[in-house]
Design a protein around this ligand. Structure first.
Ligand code: URA
Length: 208
């Protein structure tokens, strides 16, 4: 599986700011979006382009345009919404396919309570966004859902990933690509990433 830990200085600097205790909602939210934009830049390096003939200011010109297959961004509720503005800054025409999952108390498996995918999923590159790749339970269920809808090219963008989650997603879906600003040390007994960011959803939305 392709796993890219994006070590760009701007990303590392911004992620460092996000790790501070007592960070404000405003600052965390802004930084989540900015790091998401930088991850998007990295994750879209392989988009194919085609030549287009245009009238330039000084005469006819050949320029590049992104080819055929378009992107759909897939924020996982709730925290994934925090990365959406940054991704849309770079891909403003992208369709957004929102998914929401919660754990079934009986089976402990994530089940979808919300799924609103855009059309022609089989022609699109899906870019899942979620700040934390922890146990990967939600991610695996989301990829299952996207594949069932016909999606064949799937990328996941995360602010922080845990080694345990990366192992699980690699075993379940080795064909997807992961872009993360950091691969941290481990999960704690509550499923939180250490050193991590704490509860990313609470920090983005200002809840507790
Ligand atoms: N979700 C979070 O918000 N933080 C973690 O560390 C793990 C899952």
């Amino acid at each position: 599986m392709k796993i890219v830990e994006v070590r760009h200085p701007l990303i590392q600097h911004k992620l460092g700011l996000m790790r501070r205790a007592g960070i404000s909602t405003k600052e965390f939210r802004e930084l989540a979006s900015e790091v998401a934009a930088l991850l998007t830049y990295e994750a879209t390096q392989d988009l194919e382009t085609v030549e287009e003939h245009i009238d330039g200011w000084a005469g006819p010109l050949v320029v590049q345009r992104i080819k055929g297959a378009k992107v759909t961004i897939v924020p996982i509720l709730r925290a994934g919404i925090g990365m959406l503005p940054g991704v849309l800054d770079l891909i403003p025409a992208a369709k957004v396919s929102v998914v929401g999952l919660q754990r079934d108390e009986q089976t402990l498996k994530p089940i979808a309570y919300y799924e609103k995918l855009t059309g022609r999923m089989d022609e699109r590159i899906a870019m899942i966004v979620d700040p934390m790749l922890a146990t990967a339970g939600t991610l695996i269920a989301t990829v299952d859902m996207l594949k069932a809808a016909g999606c064949r090219r799937i990328k996941g963008l995360f602010l922080v990933a845990a080694p345990e989650g990366l192992k699980r997603i690699e075993a379940a879906h080795p064909d997807i690509e992961i872009y993360t600003a950091a691969i941290d040390e481990r999960l704690n007994e509550h499923g939180y990433i250490l050193p991590g960011l704490g509860d990313a959803g609470d920090k983005i939305f200002g809840t507790k």
